[in-house]
Design a protein around this ligand. Structure first.
Ligand code: HEC
Ligand code: HEC
Length: 369
């Protein structure tokens, strides 16, 4: 409403200024004509004295030497200016364009940062710089709407979000939010307050804060050393540890201490209650499907097929396994989907959530459920 009125006011103001200018110009025009007519009437003397073309001009000697030389000289200088200035301008053209693009990009990132911190307060749940955090949430009964419990729900780290999702996938999450979780809808499609441009700005900001590959790898390894300390066979060696195998530890990465808000884990989507510390049947299904009772062995006849699926999650609408259809809601854990085509890549190929060995371990765990 406010925007609309101010546009109308602005448009009216521009129109008024235009009309005033037009009237002023007409007035000046009329005054000049009147002035000229008065001056013309005052003219005296013969036409020969007054007409410029009747005045004696320079003689041939002067015209063909000094005057000609000067004119030609000036032409040469101008030609040289054009000959040098144009190529210089063309030379600068590509960098001028890339500079413009990067300046544009920087502005988008700055706008996105402002949305992340202030306007939408993503940071209050996902942490400063997207390191992950928790959100206070009240669980209600989906059928009756009655209060069930007040919980602290892990909000996944977003400083690796472009490791696992394409911008389209992130846009989908932002547009509609995650139903039955604290993540609200932000886009107009889901009834949220942000415009498509603002969503694109937030994604530009998120892209700008992605961790370097080695930092993410080192953090995951340190966490796995703490929670599992796998031996060569992939069995955990940590005394009194919660997990038996490396695969189980990866599946539940960050369950106990909210490491990276659970971003690297599988349990946050595949185990009900995982995200608020009340994990029910491991892999029993939540936002993602149930994996128990040998269902993964039926879906993926070989482990290699399942590893490929978890590594590079298929595009929404494509089929996978024996009878799966991708909804676009999971992420890629072993291949960065934003680094596949070097021409359009916005990330590095080594910026991946998990190594191939880690994926093999977690797939083996899932196939055992
Ligand atoms: C009230 C807390 C809260 C706010 C505010 C919030 N989020 Fe979330 N967000 C969450 C939670 C919790 C999840 C995880 C939901 C789940 O368990 O599936 C999530 C999930 C996400 C995901 C999916 C990540 C993944 O790996 O699955 C993205 C992307 C995301 N949020 C981005 C944003 C952005 C951008 C903003 C600001 C515009 C924002 N969130 C604001 C709580 C919040
Ligand atoms: C953001 C939520 C989310 C996370 C995190 C997640 N998944 Fe999924 N996963 C899904 C959804 C949703 C599906 C259902 C397929 C679809 O919608 O495309 C799925 C499907 C699968 C399937 C196929 C299941 C079947 O029977 O069709 C496998 C295997 C799988 N996920 C493994 C993993 C592994 C391994 C991890 C952790 C490294 C993981 N997922 C993390 C959401 C998630």
């Amino acid at each position: 409403m406010h925007d609309f009125t101010s546009t109308v006011v602005l448009a009216n103001a521009a129109r008024t200024i235009g009309i005033v200018l037009g009237v002023l110009l007409l007035l000046v025009f009329a005054i000049v004509i009147a002035f000229n007519m008065r001056k013309g009437r005052a003219e005296v003397g013969s036409e020969i004295e007054l007409a410029a073309n009747r005045k004696p001009y320079l003689d041939d000697d002067e015209l063909e030497t000094k005057k000609l030389d000067r004119t030609l000289g000036a032409g040469l200088v101008l030609l040289a200016v054009i000959g040098i200035a144009f190529p210089l301008y063309w030379l600068a053209e590509p960098s001028r364009q890339t500079n413009a693009v990067s300046a544009f990009q920087e502005e988008a990132v700055a706008r996105g940062e402002n949305i992340y911190i202030n306007a939408a307060q993503c940071a209050s749940c996902h942490g400063p710089n997207g390191v992950g955090g928790v959100a206070n949430y009240t669980i209600t009964d989906p059928a009756t709407g009655d209060y069930v419990a007040a919980v602290s729900w892990r909000a996944p780290a977003l400083n690796t979000v472009m490791y696992r999702y394409t911008p389209e996938q992130v846009t989908l999450v932002l547009q509609y939010g995650r139903g039955f979780s604290p993540m609200p809808a932000w886009g107009s499609l889901g009834g949220g307050p942000l415009t498509d441009q603002q969503l694109a700005d937030v994604i530009a900001y998120l892209t700008s804060i992605q961790l370097p590959a080695d930092q993410s790898k080192a953090e995951v390894q340190a966490e796995l050393d703490k929670t599992c300390g796998a031996d060569a066979a992939g069995n955990c060696t940590v005394a009194d540890g919660a997990y038996k195998t490396l695969g189980e530890a990866i599946f539940n990465l960050g369950y106990a201490d909210s490491f990276a808000g659970g971003a690297y884990s599988c349990g946050r989507c595949h185990t009900k209650g995982w995200s608020y510390g009340k994990a029910q049947v491991p892999g029993g299904g939540g936002f993602g499907p149930n994996m128990t009772g040998g269902s993964e062995i039926r879906q993926f006849p070989t482990a290699a097929q399942q590893i490929a699926f978890v590594s590079a999650y298929p595009k929404a609408g494509t089929s996978y396994g024996v009878q799966g259809l991708s909804s676009g809601r999971m992420g890629s854990f072993g291949v960065n989907p934003n680094a596949v085509d070097p021409k359009t890549a916005i990330m590095q190929p080594d910026q991946v959530m998990l190594t191939q060995d880690q994926i093999a371990a977690v797939v083996a765990y899932e196939r055992s459920l």
